[in-house]
Design a protein around this ligand. Structure first.
Ligand code: KIV
Length: 296
């Protein structure tokens, strides 16, 4: 297993690196990022994949679900993340409606993420029923990440955010979806919200690296939404979320302390203020003194 301490140079991560990691049983790490600063911190910490997920619809834009976010809104964030990402593989999520009508439209939108956003791959939800479109995008020289299981863009079809793959028929379909994506040559397959046992079977079956979120520890890698990682979400967290920090508490504390300091005239203090150069200050005092003398 490789370990790159923060600050040391590391090699650029590509789709090939990710595949190599699967064969070396070296766990793949992935986090979402939606802005320059976060992307930079994640990249410099040596995370393998930075995913600009359409989860930004909720985490950054306050939408109720991922369905309303547009290609242009996503692109705005992809460009910022691009500027903060050097070594990690940068994957951009294709939002709902941007690849569902025709392959031409899918290629056009995927190419925008590459040309205008600097993404190195795009992610599309769906297995067998999306595989023709996915193949066309790969043929257009754009690496694609697959995403199956609990696919949030299908929330209305699923009737809510429900764990998938719980019946024998559903397991069989998931396996067919994974194999179809594997054969199409996707760069990796995100497995979301499925039983650990099913994710383990898929991971053993396909050559493509699997990256799990709520899919148990046997996947080739793991992804978390950054806002979940640092507890910057509001309301209920899914079972699979582990908070590695408490940004909500940190930010709230900082904001409350700032407010209290301003109200009590503790901020800013003298050392946080700019001062006139000595000679200008002396000259100003002389001018003010004369002005007051004339007014008397
Ligand atoms: O949009 C997103 O953040 C995702 C991950 C949860 C895989 O698709």
């Amino acid at each position: 297993m490789s370990f790159t301490p923060i600050g040391e140079p590391r090699r650029k991560i590509t789709a090939a690196t990710i595949r190599e990691k699967k064969f070396q049983r070296d766990p793949i790490t992935c986090l979402t990022a939606y802005d320059y600063a976060t992307a930079r911190l994640i990249d410099e910490a040596g995370i393998d994949i930075v995913l600009v997920g359409d989860s930004l619809a909720m985490t950054m834009l306050g939408y109720e679900n991922t369905l309303s976010v547009t290609v242009d809104e996503m692109l705005h964030h992809v460009r910022a993340v691009r500027r903060g990402t050097k070594d990690a593989l940068l994957i951009a999520d294709m939002p709902y409606g941007s690849y569902h009508a025709t392959s031409e439209e899918a290629i056009h939108n995927a190419a925008r993420f590459v040309k205008e956003g600097g993404a190195e791959a795009v992610k599309m939800e769906g297995g067998e029923k999306r595989v023709d479109v996915i193949r066309r995008v790969i043929d257009a020289e754009i690496p694609v990440a697959g995403h199956i299981g609990l696919t949030p863009q299908s929330v209305n079809m699923m009737g809510g955010y429900k764990v998938q793959g719980k019946t024998l028929n559903a397991i069989e379909q998931l396996m067919r979806d994974a194999v179809a994506l594997d054969r199409a040559g996707v760069a990796c397959i995100y497995l979301e919200g499925i039983p650990r046992e099913v994710a383990a079977m898929i991971t053993a079956e396909v050559e493509t690296p699997t990256i799990g979120i709520g899919a148990g520890p046997e996947c080739d890698g793991q992804v978390l939404v950054f806002h979940d990682l640092v507890n910057l979400t509001f309301g209920h967290s899914a079972k699979f979320v582990r908070h590695y920090g408490d940004a909500a508490a940190l930010i709230t504390q900082a904001v409350l302390t700032f407010k209290a300091d301003v109200v009590s005239h503790q901020f800013p203090n003298d050392s946080e203020s700019y001062h006139l150069p000595k000679d200008t200050r002396a000259a100003l005092e002389t001018v003010l003194h004369r002005k007051h003398a004339l007014q008397r």
